[in-house]
Design a protein around this ligand. Structure first.
Ligand code: SIN
Ligand code: CO
Length: 411
């Protein structure tokens, strides 16, 4: 990490105390949501209408300093974008960016977007903990944007539910619930052709704006600013259908019971005079094959759990360089507990659990896995009760060696 200048406005010395891992309970009013409860928020606003919350997190400091963010953008396994709007012309470049490839902070009208900051920094990950009143299965990531005066990504809409949390400096947001979502042609970015803002606010550090998908919005920095976007994905019907059918075919392909993946047959095909013509009987046979595709609700659960717990394609787990052997791992975990790695996605239902894209039967793990998944942590005491079962400790040691869990507490 490059050295941070001590007088930099996004000072990391103050930030550590401000991020609490506490997620508000469903029926407790919280400043995070403007004094209503998560249950009320979900009922009135989630997926329905925008909500501006002043001082959602009073005293918030950016989870990463400017230099730390620039260092992330310089890394190969981090998705970053640089957007400039110099002389009224939009440009978009994809990272990684060496610090000297970015315009200077004194240059106006540029912004750097760093996706998946929660995968790389414990403070960014801790910020997400506050939003776990919504299911993990819907969570996408924490994006951090840095912008200089006048910087932004232009008027646009997202297919995401998003909490836009101002963590440094000021940003002017304009939003509108317009129907016309047509885009400007010929631009490298998705910019609305006819943006019609209906409301406007300047957000200061700690303020937050919740937007459901497809609300038009434009955020312009007023001076140097940083915004955290806590995004929740809303997969489209087409995405779910294509992914499910792909998953089903793969699963059937693996099915060793045989019989399901039979070859196309046409023993009654006559000789043809128009070889390029698609035979109607062939299409009918394919229609017959497709009409026989069946799946159960267990298949759907298995698909949903596996698909939504799949880490993004650029995620690489960091296995410990000098892993503890199982005995030492158990001793350490018995003292300090175990924590899910920032990159791990662990979901469960009544029958199975889904760990980073793979399905496993819950069975005996039903006694402890839901606690680990919900808290992303198991304390030492709880671990000791598990440590009598050598199958469990062997399993957890394997997860530790893969970099999916760490021996120790929450950062
Ligand atoms: C930004 O932080 O600059 C963009 C966030 C958004 O509009 O979704
Ligand atoms: Co947006």
């Amino acid at each position: 990490m490059p050295k941070r200048s001590p007088d930099h406005p996004v000072d990391a010395r103050k930030r550590r105390a401000s991020v609490s891992p506490a997620c508000p309970a469903p029926n407790v009013p919280t400043p995070l949501l403007g004094g209503i409860t998560p249950a009320q928020f979900m009922q009135k606003y989630w997926q329905k209408k925008p909500l501006l919350i002043r001082q959602a997190i009073p005293g918030i400091e950016a989870p990463l300093s400017r230099d730390e963010l620039f260092a992330l953008a310089d890394s190969d396994d981090v998705e970053s974008r640089l957007i400039t709007h110099f002389r009224r012309r939009w440009t978009l470049e994809h990272g990684p960016f060496a610090p000297d490839e970015l315009p200077t902070p004194k240059t106006r009208q540029w912004t750097l977007l760093v996706q998946g900051a929660d995968l790389h920094d414990d403070h960014a990950r801790a910020l997400l903990e506050r939003f776990r009143f919504a299911p993990d299965a819907r969570l996408d990531d924490l994006m951090i944007s840095y912008a200089t005066d006048g910087g932004g990504v232009g008027p646009h809409f997202d297919s995401y539910d998003v909490f836009l949390l101002q963590v440094h400096g000021k940003r002017r947001w304009r939003i509108g619930a317009q129907r016309d979502l047509s885009l400007e042609e010929g631009l490298p970015l998705k910019i609305l052709a006819n943006f019609e803002p209906e409301e406007e606010w300047v957000l200061e550090p700690g303020d937050m704006l919740y937007l459901p998908p497809h609300i038009a919005h434009d955020g312009v920095a007023e001076g140097e600013c940083m915004t955290c976007s806590i995004g929740f994905r809303s997969p489209s019907t087409n995405e779910l259908t294509s992914q499910f059918l792909y998953w089903l075919a793969e699963r059937r392909g693996d099915d060793s019971s045989g019989g399901k993946n039979t070859l196309y047959r046409d023993p009654d095909q006559p000789a043809v005079t128009h070889p390029a013509k698609l035979p109607p009987a062939l299409v009918e046979r394919v229609a017959g094959v497709l009409a026989k595709v069946r799946w159960s609700s267990a298949d759907v659960s298995a698909f949903v759990g596996s698909y939504l717990s799949e880490p993004k394609s650029n995620v690489v787990f960091d296995a410990p360089e000098k892993p503890l052997d199982e005995r030492r791992f158990v001793a350490q975990a018995s003292k300090k507990g175990i924590t899910l790695d920032r990159k791990t996605i662990l979901l469960y239902d009544s029958r199975s659990y889904y760990l980073n894209g793979e399905q496993y039967l819950l069975k005996e793990a039903g006694k402890w896995l839901p606690v680990l998944a919900d808290n992303r942590f198991l304390d030492g005491k709880r671990f000791v009760t598990l440590s009598h079962d050598s199958c469990v400790t062997a399993l957890l040691h394997e997860w530790y060696r893969a970099g999916w869990i760490r021996a120790g507490g929450l950062a």
